[in-house]
Write a protein that binds this ligand. Structure first.
Ligand SMILES: Cc1ncc(COP(=O)(O)O)c(C=O)c1O
Length: 392
C-alpha cells in the first residue's frame, strides 16, 4: 500500500489495540444493561465502575467525581449549562456571570453564546500573541455576579498551554467555580485536579486512542450541577440514558494506557515535534511557528507560511500521503479564518496560510524526515501559483 502518514492527532487518534481488545467483549457476549439486577447487568455495571476508577486515577480525582458523557462537547455543555442553570437568580446581578476566553473550542464558545441569549452575561477574555489570557485582567473582570470561569487547558489549534494552576487559584480565592476543557491536554500532560485547583474538567476518549462518542466530566465533590438531560437518573442523576458500556470501557482502558505511557509518549512526541519545527522554520523561507515555542502541547506543531493557503497545503500534502489539518476539524468545513488565529493577532490572510501537524505515539522519525523532505517543495509550488507571493 501507498505510504500514509497520520499527523492529525488533535482531530482524532487511532483506536489502540489494547483498547479495542478491552471493548470487544462488551460489544458481544457481555451485553447487559448496567441497571439490571441480574448477573448480566452486574457484569456491565462492574465494568463501568472499573473504568470510572481508571479515569479518576489519570487526573487525581475520586471515582464518584467522574460522570460519563458522550464526549468533550457534552462534557463542556453539562459543566457550563449545569452551573449556569443553578445560578439563574444571579442574572439580575452585575455581570459578567461567566468568564471564558476568545480561543475556546466551539463546544464552550457556542454554549456561552447560547447562554447569552438566555440573559447571562459572558466575558470573552482576549489573549496575547501566543494565546495566553492575562491573569491580571481575569482578576479585574471578576465581579459580584461571576459564578463560573471556563478556560481551556491547552488549545486545540495552536497547542498553547494556559497557566491552569494560577487560574484555578484565582477562581478559588474568589469562591468561583473553575471549569477547564482539557480534551487536548489529558493523556499528554500530568494533570492533578487538586493540585491545579480545578473544579470541573472535560475529557474525550477519541483524543487519547479511545473510541469516538464517549467522554467524561470530572465534577469536584460538593459542586452542584443541574442536569441538562432528563430521564432515568443515571450517573448520579446528571446524565440520564443507558450507559455506552463498550465506549466507557474503551475510555477507561485508554486512560489506563495514557497514564502508563505518558512519560515515554511525551518524550517521543516532543523529540519529533522539535525536529519538525526546526526543520520547517530553517528550511522554508517566511515560515513561522504559531503558539508559544515551549509552553505548547508535546504533539503540536502549528505553522503559517506567507502567501500559501492552508487548505491547498492540506490537499497537496494529502496527495503525498500526509494527513494534516489547517486547524480544528470543526472550523475546516466553514472556510472562515480561525477565530483562534485572529485572536492571537493574525490578519485573515495570514490566518488562512496555516498548517497544523499533530503527532501521536505511533509516529516515527522516518515519517518526520519524509515530511521535511516533501513540505518545502509543496510550499514552493503553491507559492509559484500564488498571486500573493512576491517574485524575487
Ligand atoms: C479542545 C476541545 N474541546 C472539545 C472538543 C470536542 O470533543 P468531542 O469531539 O469529544 O465532542 C474537541 C474536539 O476537537 C477539542 O479539541
Amino acid at each position: 500500500m501507498e505510504k500514509r502518514i497520520y499527523l492529525d492527532h488533535a482531530a482524532t487518534t487511532p483506536l489502540d489495540n489494547e483498547v479495542l481488545e478491552a471493548m470487544l467483549p462488551y460489544l458481544s457476549q457481555k451485553f447487559g444493561n448496567p441497571s439490571s439486577l441480574h448477573s448480566f447487568g452486574r457484569e456491565a455495571h462492574d465494568a463501568i465502575e472499573d473504568s470510572r476508577k481508571k479515569v479518576a486515577d489519570l487526573i487525581g480525582a475520586k471515582e464518584k467525581e467522574i460522570i460519563f458523557t458522550s464526549g468533550g462537547t457534552e462534557s463542556d455543555n453539562l459543566a457550563i449549562r449545569g452551573v449556569a442553570y443553578l445560578n439563574k437568580d444571579k442574572i439580575k446581578e452585575e455581570g459578567p456571570h461567566i468568564i471564558t476566553s476568545s480561543i475556546e473550542h466551539p463546544a464552550v464558545l457556542e454554549t456561552c453564546r447560547d447562554l447569552e441569549k438566555e440573559g447571562f452575561k459572558v466575558k470573552y477574555l482576549k489573549v496575547d500573541r501566543y494565546g495566553f489570557i492575562d491573569l491580571e485582567e481575569l482578576k479585574e473582570t471578576i465581579s459580584k455576579g461571576t459564578f463560573l470561569i471556563t478556560i481551556m487547558f491547552a488549545n486545540n489549534e495552536i497547542g498553547t498551554i494556559q497557566d491552569i494552576e494560577k487560574i484555578g487559584k484565582i477562581a478559588k480565592d474568589s469562591g468561583i467555580i473553575f471549569h477547564t476543557d482539557a480534551v487536548q491536554a489529558v493523556g499528554k500532560l500530568d494533570i492533578d485536579v487538586r493540585r491545579l485547583n480545578i473544579d470541573m474538567l472535560s475529557i474525550s476518549a477519541h483524543k487519547i486512542y479511545g473510541p469516538k462518542g464517549v467522554g467524561a466530566l470530572f465534577v469536584r465533590e460538593g459542586i452542584r450541577l443541574k442536569s441538562i438531560q432528563t430521564g432515568g437518573g443515571h450517573e448520579r442523576g446528571l446524565r440520564s440514558g443507558t450507559e455506552n458500556v463498550p465506549g466507557i470501557v474503551g475510555l477507561g482502558e485508554a486512560c489506563r494506557l495514557a497514564k502508563e505511557r505518558m512519560n515515554e509518549d511525551t518524550l517521543h512526541m516532543t523529540k519529533l515535534r522539535d525536529k519538525l519545527i526546526k526543520g520547517v522554520i530553517e528550511n522554508i523561507e517566511e515560515s513561522y511557528l504559531n503558539g508559544h515555542p515551549e509552553k505548547r502541547l508535546p504533539n503540536n506543531a502549528h505553522f503559517r507560511f506567507t502567501a500559501v493557503e492552508g487548505e491547498s497545503l492540506v490537499l497537496s500534502l494529502d496527495q503525498k500521503g500526509i494527513a494534516a489539518s489547517t486547524g480544528s476539524a470543526c472550523s475546516s468545513k466553514k472556510l472562515q479564518a480561525s477565530h483562534v488565529l485572529l485572536a492571537i493577532g493574525l490578519s485573515p490572510v495570514e490566518a488562512h496560510g496555516s498548517l497544523r501537524l499533530t503527532l501521536g505515539r505511533e509516529n516515527t522519525e522516518e515519517e518526520i524526515d519524509y515530511v521535511l523532505d516533501v513540505l518545502p517543495d509543496v510550499v514552493k509550488r503553491l507559492r509559484e501559483i500564488s498571486p500573493l507571493w512576491r517574485k524575487k
